[in-house]
Write a protein that binds this ligand. Sequence first.
Ligand SMILES: [Zn+2]
Length: 52
Amino acid sequence: MSESINTRTKCLKCGFETPGDTGDWAKVELPSLGSVTQCPECGSTNTTQLRR
Ligand SMILES: [Zn+2]
């Protein structure tokens, strides 16, 4: 299983970006959206997954 290597997480608010599963990103549960990724830098949940 190596699919996480080609996935990058990026914050759309501050531009913070990491490759794959680095463990820096927190998961938060929102009633309307379910599980979303939260930026460790600015706390925004406005993030995206970038696939190569
Ligand atoms: Zn951010």
